[in-house]
Design a protein around this ligand. Structure first.
Ligand SMILES: Cc1cc2nc3c(=O)[nH]c(=O)nc-3n(C[C@H](O)[C@H](O)[C@H](O)COP(=O)(O)OP(=O)(O)OC[C@H]3O[C@@H](n4cnc5c(N)ncnc54)[C@H](O)[C@@H]3O)c2cc1C
Length: 382
């Protein structure tokens, strides 16, 4: 195998997984990762779960690459020149590559006007530590956004007996999980002490420092802390002028190629370019970042990827309930119940889709992901 120099920008799940995969595929040439965070690589899903509860969890997040002979540079990339095949870092470094893997993920979308202080978000370990320290003394909280992250943060507040209101124009998780699960999870969240407020228009943040929201109907809410969980923005500033990125991120195809020769991408920075099977689509989940990292690594070496660049699996923890989902989303209509009942807080559910695929949901019930994958493949025949 030719020892090509592979440069990876972004030191997190997608970046470190791509590096590991390059070595697993037998690549012995130079691999360099350019990272931007002082903490190095760490896992983000626990940030809104165990880390908000327990400072001891901070030390369990690392994703190390010891012994793999990977060079790590900790200075953000500030530019790329795809004709010269170089990336420039903030400290003045210039790094050449034979193949480039873009894995710069995303940052939290903020709603506060520039210069306004006090808006809390949750994307990094530092964000989580700040939020955890504020949760210690807060008596009330507002969470803007009733997606997975917003509902997890609200659950952390309620678990500390903080009076918490989640505001969103949509019902909790309805856009992705559909009306059935949204209704069940909303009822559970309300019983857990989370007030879910559906608004007729987008909330704007008020105060400096931020201490509340103003709703379209003129209602104002205030609280000790306001956390924005309103989605993420792909980190593509450093790609300005390359034509590699647009508003959705870096577009990739089925082998994680970007369209620029020698440049591949993986993880939350990407979106899947429209093809015959659907429109442009972002899917910023842990399992997709991992699957894409493996595909991008193989493609960077000129090998045929062994797996698909998408893996329809994610999990969340809301109001004390663990949810695992395997299969295509969004969900619509009512599921078939294979085990238990949602009312009792433990159920195994399946949605059969018109195209022949199925989605399986473990609702408060312990099931290994492998078992859910098998079920999702066979659910239609049950
Ligand atoms: C709080 C939280 C909870 C989550 N929970 C779940 C969950 O329960 N289930 C699930 O499936 N998914 C969850 N996710 C999503 C999951 O963590 C992401 O899909 C995953 O982290 C994506 O990995 P990534 O490597 O693509 O991007 P990221 O993890 O965003 O990493 C990108 C890295 O690139 C760095 N970077 C950015 N710009 C530059 C630059 N110019 N130069 C160098 N480096 C740069 C960033 O600092 C960062 O370290 C959660 C995310 C968050 C934030």
């Amino acid at each position: 195998m030719t020892p090509r120099a592979v440069l990876i920008v972004g030191e997190s799940l997608a970046g470190t997984s791509a590096a590991r995969e390059l070595r697993a595929l037998g690549h012995t040439g130079p691999v360099t990762i350019i990272g931007a965070e002082p903490h190095g690589a760490y896992s983000r899903p626990p940030l809104s779960k165990s880390v908000l509860k327990d400072p001891g969890a901070d030390g369990t997040l690392g994703q190390d690459l010891d012994g793999l002979g990977i060079d790590i540079v900790r200075s953000p990339a500030i530019g790329a020149d795809t004709s010269r095949c170089t990336v420039t870092t903030a400290d003045g470094g210039v790094f050449g590559y034979d193949a480039l893997i873009i894995a710069t993920g995303a940052e939290a979308r903020r709603l506060a006007a520039p210069g306004l202080r006090g808006e809390l978000v949750l994307r990094t370990l530092d964000d989580a530590r700040l939020l955890r320290s504020r949760l210690r003394t807060a008596a009330s909280a507002i969470v803007v956004g009733a997606g997975f992250l917003g509902m997890e943060v609200a659950s952390a507040c309620a678990a500390r007996d903080i009076a918490v209101t989640v505001v969103d124009v949509e019902r909790p998780l309805e856009r992705i999980l559909g009306g059935y699960l949204s209704a069940a999870l909303t009822a559970r969240a309300e019983a857990y002490g989370i007030r879910c407020l559906r608004t007729s228009g987008f909330a704007t943040l008020t105060g400096d420092p931020v201490h509340g929201v103003s709703l379209r109907d003129g209602t104002g809410l205030t609280a000790d802390l306001v956390v924005t969980c309103a989605g993420e923005t792909p980190c593509t500033h450093w790609l300005a002028g390359t034509g590699l990125a647009d508003d959705l991120g870096v577009g990739i195809d089925g082998i994680c190629a970007t369209g620029v020769p020698g440049v591949f991408a993986a993880g939350d920075v990407t979106y899947r370019r429209a093809d015959g099977s659907g429109p442009d689509r972002r899917a910023p989940f842990w399992s997709n970042a991992l699957a894409q990292a493996k595909v991008a690594a193989a493609s960077a070496l000129g090998l045929a990827p062994a797996g698909a660049p998408y893996d329809d699996y994610f999990w969340t923890e809301i109001a004390g309930l663990a949810l695992k989902v395997v299969g295509p989303l969004p969900l619509t209509g009512e599921p078939a119940t294979l085990e238990g009942s949602v009312e009792n807080g433990r159920a195994l559910l399946t949605w059969n889709h018109p195209d022949g695929s199925s989605t399986v949901v473990a609702y408060g019930i312990r099931k290994p992901v492998t078992a859910l994958r098998t079920l999702a493949k066979t659910a239609l025949t049950q």
